[in-house]
Write a protein that binds this ligand. Structure first.
Ligand SMILES: Nc1ncnc2c1ncn2[C@@H]1O[C@H](COP(=O)(O)OP(=O)(O)OP(=O)(O)O)[C@@H](O)[C@H]1O
Ligand SMILES: [Mg+2]
Length: 710
């Protein structure tokens, strides 16, 4: 820390002072500083003299690096390493050298240039691949990829490239370049496997990406793709993908200025161009689920179709996707007319849409009509009665059904991709490089269940990062023969506990009790130290027949101790709670948490789908209805296991499924050697080579890069 050397604060030396719009501004010291001084006189860039109070030496402002060091391609080579130094160095490299990549120790910082650069060609790939020790080369996503590839061989250890950053920062683009790198250097002459791995991208983008206010091609799901290599030849031999938390609510509702998933628009254009009359997607029909039909660069279906063909999707499978997509659009146009306070019926205009929906999905139209407007209610142990639905409930049920169909199709497509990428020899375990492209920390004006899950995932990833950096430092101490030192890093375990702690079971408590025959204080400590977490309280409330978002909110306050991590807003409603995340403080609104966690879909409607001879395949291919996929195509499931699995799944809430899939991801990541890419979005207007200091600092603070260099 520069502040520890007060003798460096001499007349003419440059320092950094806080600035309202630039975050940090350069200033020059006017008078030599001596230890007993209580202030420092400096002159800012506007030639204004400022006297900075210096209560103690820790209040001295950060020193600026000598000009000769500025623009270094590894931040750790700077003499002074602090927030203003990092920010300024990144800015200079970006604006003056058009250098978007910078090393920050083991992390590659990637700033989105928002324009195409000539730095990704085949020649560049070969330069990185032929280099000895990519770390010495200029920072680049290819340098990270090469490092992972060479370590896979050298250390005989699986590798992961963890890409993070906020929406529009360039995660998916980075992940695709990494995949392209591997396809290029480890492709095969005979099989087409590397192209199949790449073909997964346009498919996933069509069904999982959408235009949002922050990114025209925003991934609305998280993805971890493993590229498998042959142990001997190191050529790509297969792939496997897991996805996380698809934002299916987008199917039925989009925020102002946003769109539905690209596939819906692609399908309309394609059907019109190719005269697919049976889909009834002519340009005269307006679809309620399509927010904006203004053309965008993402409306062309050619790459999607090419990719499906490359992956060997059969014509029947392709047609099923077309049918499902079109059917969802038609069913979204089914409206309900109120008959009285308890009953509704389909509006007259809805009839043709209902017919198309049913014919495309092979459903019985009178049964469909029945279960769109009625429900079965349990009255006794075994008794069921049919009850009518209000127009509002019917609409809710329709949306839930269509979101479910879409999500099921999404999972089924992921399973098909995994089948197509699966290596021919399934009895061998192959070394792999995994690429994680997962949503970064989110903080909006209103934060709901989705932001809660996303930020929880980021806490867990941040902890993984901290632990890795900590481990590396320890190893270095041992290597250099330095006495073991304790390096402090912000431990975010308390935040993770408050989110995910499970109640301790009776058996576990009993075990503890048996170990401690005399004194039960340790048991009490355990109970008190780890109160039940937010997700478990949410699950419990979802099981309560009368549970509401508000009753859950009240329970949070009665069961979770207020403190640094979990806080109550000073003003405003009881309907919100605050979590101090490692990246920022976020206020969550409880509204909608229960419903989003329950994610109810009525059994009668599911039965309807299962009776169809068209969409039954979506359910029978093993992995449907499951937001996250296990390794696809490898496990055979018997019908009995299938139904047990589905019954079990029916009970699992979205939150608990997410927690489990995150735990599985961490287990995988922890068994690999990680490589970190932090993407930064330098401005909000997608301006080419525009750098906004405030936005950049926000993200640097949130991605944990600054923490590791303190
Ligand atoms: N390396 C790059 N070179 C040129 N343009 C880029 C680069 N990285 C990102 N972009 C531009 O930024 C846009 C957004 O990038 P990308 O879709 O990868 O963001 P993301 O981090 O995946 O966002 P989200 O979380 O919303 O999915 C791209 O469509 C592209 O226009
Ligand atoms: Mg993305």
């Amino acid at each position: 820390m520069s502040q520890l050397f007060p003798e460096l604060y001499t007349k003419g030396s440059k320092i950094w002072i806080k600035h309202s719009t630039d975050v940090w501004q350069c200033a020059v010291i006017k008078v030599n500083f001596s230890q007993k001084d209580k202030s420092l006189v400096v002159e800012d860039e506007e030639e204004q003299e400022i006297t900075l109070p210096v209560k103690d030496l820790s209040c001295l402002p950060p020193l600026r690096n000598p000009d000769i060091l500025i623009g270094a391609n590894d931040l750790t080579s700077l003499s002074y390493l602090h927030e203003p130094a990092v920010l300024y160095n990144l800015r200079v490299r970006f604006l003056e050298q058009s250098a978007i990549y910078t090393w920050c120790g083991i992390v590659l910082v990637a700033i989105n240039p928002f324009c195409d650069l000539e730095i990704y060609g085949e020649e560049t790939i070969q330069t990185y691949h032929k280099s000895q020790g990519a770390a010495q080369l200029d920072p680049h996503i290819y340098a990270v990829s090469e490092d992972a590839y060479s370590k896979l061989e050298r250390d005989d250890r699986n590798q992961s490239i963890i890409v993070s950053g906020e929406s529009g920062a360039g995660k998916t683009v980075s992940a695709k370049f990494a995949m392209r790198y591997f396809a290029s250097i480890a492709g095969t002459d005979s099989s087409n496997i590397e192209n199949r791995v790449l073909a997964s991208n346009p498919i996933m983008e069509a069904i999982g990406n959408a235009k949002t206010n922050r990114n025209d091609n925003s991934s609305r799901f998280g993805k971890y793709i493993q590229i498998l290599f042959d142990r001997q030849s190191r050529a790509i031999t297969g792939g496997n993908m897991r996805t996380y938390l698809l934002e299916k609510s987008r199917v039925s509702r989009q925020s102002e200025g946003e769109r539905n998933f690209h596939i819906f628009y692609q399908m309309c254009t394609y059907a019109q161009q190719n005269n697919l009359k049976h889909l009834k997607l002519d340009s005269n029909t307006e679809f309620a689920y399509l927010a904006s039909i203004e053309p965008t660069p993402y409306d062309d279906m050619d790459r999607f179709i090419e990719a499906m063909q490359c992956l060997g999707f059969t014509e029947k499978q392709q047609n099923l996707i077309y049918n499902v997509v079109a059917a969802i659009l038609h069913a979204g146009n089914i409206e309900f007319t109120r008959i009285d306070d308890e009953k509704c019926c389909l509006s007259d205009d809805s009839e043709p849409h209902l017919q198309t929906f049913c014919s495309l999905l092979g459903l019985d139209s009178s049964a469909t009509k029945q279960w769109l407007t009625h429900r079965l209610l349990k009255t006794g142990m075994r008794e069921l009665i049919t009850t009518t639905l209000t127009a509002e409930l019917a609409q809710y049920g329709r949306d839930a059904l269509l979101k479910f169909i879409y999500e099921t199709m999404f999972s089924w497509i992921v399973a098909l991709i995994n089948k197509a990428l699966g290596p021919t020899n399934t009895s061998v375990t192959y070394p792999f490089i995994g690429v994680l492209d997962i949503y970064g920390f989110e903080h909006f004006e209103t934060n709901s269940f989705e932001q809660f899950c996303i930020n929880y995932a980021n806490e867990v990833l941040q902890q993984q990062f901290n632990q890795h950096v900590f481990k590396l430092e320890q190893e270095e101490y041992v290597r250099e023969g330095i006495d073991w030192q304790f390096i402090t890093f912000t431990d975010n375990q308390p935040v993770i506990d408050i989110i995910e702690a499970k109640p301790i079971g009776i058996l576990c408590l009993l075990d503890e009790e048996c170990k401690m025959p005399k004194d039960n204080q340790p048991v009490i400590d355990i109970i008190e130290a780890k109160p039940i977490g937010i997700l478990c309280l949410l699950d419990e409330e979802c099981k309560m027949p009368k549970g509401t978002d508000e009753t859950w909110g009240a329970k949070l306050y009665s069961q979770i101790t207020l403190g640094e991590v979990f806080q109550k807003p000073k003003f405003g409603s009881r309907n919100s709670f605050i979590i101090q995340h490692f990246a920022d403080t976020v206020v969550y609104n409880v509204e909608g948490f229960l419903e989003k966690n329950r994610d109810t879909i009525w059994d009668e409607q599911i039965d309807l789908l299962k009776r169809s001879t068209v969409v039954d395949v979506l359910f029978s291919d093993g992995l449907s209805g499951e937001p996250t996929q296990k390794s696809g195509g490898k496990i055979k499931i018997t019908p009995q296991q299938q139904s047990q699995k589905q019954q079990k799944q029916a009970k699992a809430t979205v939150g608990s499924q997410f927690r489990d899939s995150l735990a599985a991801l961490m287990k995988t990541l922890n068994a690999t050697e990680p490589h970190y890419v932090r993407c930064i979005k330098p401005n909000d207007n997608k301006g080419g080579f525009e750098f906004n200091n405030i936005r950049a600092v926000q993200q640097l603070r949130a991605c944990g890069v600054l923490e590791t260099i303190r």
